[in-house]
Design a protein around this ligand. Structure first.
Ligand code: OGA
Ligand code: ZN
Ligand code: ZN
Length: 437
């Protein structure tokens, strides 16, 4: 118990430290405060059938009221007939069995408010624990935030150079391997800041697999289960040269773009060059919206085509996909930023007039991405693993020169966000930390 409390305190401290990169610290603290108070156990004071609205109005011990549609309650009965005990999946046949006009025959508050029991007209009985019910309360329309949504998730903090230069969150490799709480903190930083460093990683190939297996499993691409970045003869990718590599996200020509990228520095050039640049694409998109709304609208509504052709470990490949540079959700919140000049296709599926407008907008945002006020620089040392959100944080690399004594060698691997969020949720539950995403 003591150990768990220690972890929670540590989590608060780390969270606050991370949030200092953003001016919205007060708001963020509020979010966490709200989240923790919601985990407190509430009892049912009373439950009233409002047949006219077809809702059950539940009044909680703190005098708040939540409304649950009758159809929702019947559909989500937790009895072993309706909800499969071992798979934790719904076995109730909603379409075949649910009457959308169903009304409870009777409702009883049991166990001093810890449970509600509902008897339906066919005598089927549904018992709900108050904790279960409270944590699934439906938000009222007036309380719904349009700022947050499924993909632009709670806790995500945008940054510019002033806020993050020299302050990328850092975690020690061995600690992440051995300590589940460190693992949680690293993944939590990836979620909120979009970039984090894992340091002191053994300087040999294969170590990334160990990090990945702490999360789950990696995402294979046509460049392999993992890939090696060094200057190669007959390079099939600009990254595999010693040239300047402008800011980009990887593999925008995939429908299912890898969510997270990990680059392990095994050797780094001793001379100048070979450093990385990073930019928060979400921050720049927001800046564009303020400065040039027309360009923002264009880049969030017209697709660029992306393409990758060649040969690698799995043979010949021809990847292509068309996507928006700025992808918004139903609440106009940014959920994905895709920019990669070297694999942008010369095929354009827009009218000549639209093409000219697109070039204007492309140059405007491209210049904003290169603005030093938006860009941070980090030259990895051997042992660093830089990890970042590949749908948000753009990365680039300065050119470098290799000699007999000075080489550069990185190993890279991808993860998907589905796996990362799954691991965060599992760990958050274990440490009893609210993470409702
Ligand atoms: C890449 C890449 C950066 C680097 O492999 O996709 O961007 O530092 N590499 O070499
Ligand atoms: Zn049931
Ligand atoms: Zn890259």
């Amino acid at each position: 118990m003591l150990c768990r409390l220690k972890h929670i305190c540590k989590f608060r401290f780390v969270t606050q430290r991370l949030l200092r990169v953003n001016t919205a610290t007060a708001r963020a603290k509020l979010t966490f405060a709200t989240a923790s108070s919601q985990s407190g156990a509430l009892r049912v004071q009373s439950a009233h059938k409002a047949n006219a609205t077809r809702m059950l109005n539940v009044t909680w011990s703190n005098d708040t009221v939540n409304r649950y549609p009758f159809v929702y309650l019947r559909d989500n009965c937790q009895c072993s007939e309706c909800f499969h005990e071992t798979s934790l999946q719904r076995s109730f046949d909603t379409v075949g069995q649910l009457n959308s006009h169903i009304q409870p025959e009777r409702v009883d508050v049991l166990q001093n408010g810890d449970q509600i029991s509902i008897t339906w007209p066919d005598k089927h009985v549904s018992v709900f624990n108050s904790n279960w019910l409270h944590s699934r309360r439906l938000p009222e329309e007036k309380d719904m935030s349009k700022e947050r949504s499924t993909l632009r998730r709670e806790g995500v903090k945008f940054w510019n150079a002033e806020q993050l230069q020299g302050k990328i969150p850092r975690y020690d490799f061995q600690e992440v391997i051995e300590d589940d709480f460190k693992l949680f903190e690293w993944l939590q930083s990836l979620h909120s800041v979009g970039i984090a460093l894992v340091t002191n990683t053994p300087r040999q190939p294969g170590e990334l697999n160990k990090l990945c297996s702490r999360v789950g499993y990696s995402k294979t691409t046509h460049y392999g289960h993992q890939f090696e970045v060094h200057a190669k003869f007959d390079a099939n990718n600009l990254a595999y040269t010693s040239h300047f590599l402008p800011l980009h996200v990887d593999l925008p020509f995939y429908d299912y773009v890898p969510g997270v990228q990990l680059l392990h520095c095994i050797e780094q050039v001793k001379s100048e060059g070979g450093g990385n640049q990073f930019v928060d694409g979400f921050h720049v998109a927001e800046e564009l919206k303020e400065k040039d709304l027309e360009a923002f609208k264009l880049l969030s509504s017209v697709r660029f085509q992306f393409v990758d052709l060649g040969k690698d470990v799995f043979g010949e490949f021809h990847k292509k996909f068309g996507r928006l540079m700025i992808e918004l959700d139903e609440n106009e919140q940014i959920v994905r930023f895709s920019y990669n000049n070297h694999v942008r296709d010369s095929v354009m599926l827009v009218s000549p007039e639209k093409a000219v407008q697109l070039y204007e907008a492309y140059l405007t945002i491209g210049t904003m991405l290169r603005n030093p006020a938006n860009q941070i620089e980090h030259k990895m040392v051997p042992g660093d693993v830089i990890t970042f959100n590949n749908s948000r944080v753009l990365h680039g690399r300065s050119s470098f020169t290799i000699t007999g004594e000075s080489q550069r060698f990185l190993q890279g691997i991808y993860l998907d966000w589905d796996g990362v969020y799954s691991r965060i949720r599992v760990l958050a539950k274990r440490f009893n930390i609210p993470f409702r995403i």
